[in-house]
Design a protein around this ligand. Structure first.
Ligand SMILES: O=c1[nH]c(=O)c2[nH]c(=O)[nH]c2[nH]1
Length: 316
């Protein structure tokens, strides 16, 4: 009889600590600063195979030790206020310390703490949460040839909720037997912005990795992408979410030589004018609309990635 017993193999693996919460307070001046983050740190490599297939923990760095390392490096690092640098330092630490770790995948979510204004003045040590928007980064640190390192970084804004009350239309779309939506010359536009931009540093000597990464102005780029997103959203006479998205992404690529690809995922949060004609013929549609029903579900979802064409240069 043929042996048809099922054979399997370990196809993919990574492990580590998730949801490590960390707050660093900078008290180097009278005006304190805080970095509040949630960290995921995952390790992988062929050496970990036997932990899955043969119940051997010989290569396993305990996830508890991975968590401890996040705190130890946050104490000594000068880079905690730049999540891309602190995350790269953390990932690189695991490759330097355990020579069987082939890849470290670090994800950091930075939570917002805006400085309080008290009596019209920025307070030195009090903060408030000004919205659920977060800044994030996903970092992959890998071994390259001859002790080199390759780092891929995907940075992001998530959950930036915006709304405008005019300067947005949606017309001239397909009309057929499935269409009920009226053309809109002037509508409310609202979305919750997710935007991602990428950096790659390939085959750098390990000793030069952090100084190479330090040349990238990660914080300025983040501030700028956020500002461009808001400015284009506010000022564009939007023909559609698609057209506005493209302008946002293109502008950041034109601004920064470091950016080659920028992606957005923009839900179109619908606000429909309420038909009040049933009540004494009240006019509340089209140009008479000022009472709307925000629709929590469903929303449109518009996603696109814009990439720099070869041999074209940016402003900065
Ligand atoms: O900006 C928009 N793009 C669409 O593709 C679309 N589809 C829709 O129903 N409303 C909108 N709005």
């Amino acid at each position: 009889m043929a042996n048809n017993s099922v054979k399997v193999f370990l196809d993919k693996q990574e492990y580590g600590k998730d949801r490590v919460r960390l707050l660093k307070v900078h008290r180097d001046s009278k005006v304190h600063r805080v970095d509040d983050m949630t960290i995921r740190c995952l390790l992988s490599g062929a050496a970990f195979t036997t932990s899955y297939t043969e119940a051997s923990n010989k290569a396993v760095v305990a996830t508890d030790s991975i968590k401890n390392t996040c705190y130890v490096l946050a104490k000594s690092s000068k880079n905690v206020d730049t999540i891309e640098l602190y995350g790269s330092e953390l990932g690189n630490h695991f490759l330097n310390t355990y020579n069987w770790v082939e890849n470290a995948h670090v994800t950091i979510i930075r939570h917002r703490w805006a400085r309080m204004n008290i009596d019209g003045k920025p307070h030195t040590h009090s903060f408030w949460r000004d919205g659920e928007e977060t800044r994030q980064t996903d970092i992959w640190v890998k071994r390259g040839p001859n002790g080199q390192r390759t780092v891929e970084i995907k940075s992001a804004i998530t959950g930036l909720l915006v709304l405008k009350t005019t300067g947005s239309s949606f017309e001239d779309f397909v009309r057929d037997e499935y269409t009920t939506l009226a053309e809109a010359k002037d509508r409310i536009l609202s979305t919750c912005v997710d935007s991602t931009w990428e950096f790659n540093v390939t085959n750098v000597q390990t000793s030069a990795l952090m100084s190479t990464l330090s040349q990238i102005p990660f914080n300025q780029i983040y501030d700028s992408v956020r500002e461009v997103t808001c400015k284009v959203f506010a000022e564009d006479e939007s023909a559609s979410v698609q057209a506005t998205l493209y302008k946002m992404a293109a502008q950041s690529i034109e601004n920064w030589k470091w950016l080659h690809r920028v992606s957005y995922a923009l839900p179109n949060r619908h606000f429909f004018a309420v038909d009040l004609s049933y009540f004494r013929g009240t006019k509340n549609l089209a140009e008479n609309a000022d009472v709307y029903q925000p629709l929590s579900d469903p929303s449109g979802l518009i996603c696109a990635t814009v990439t720099r064409a070869p041999n074209t240069t940016a402003r900065l």
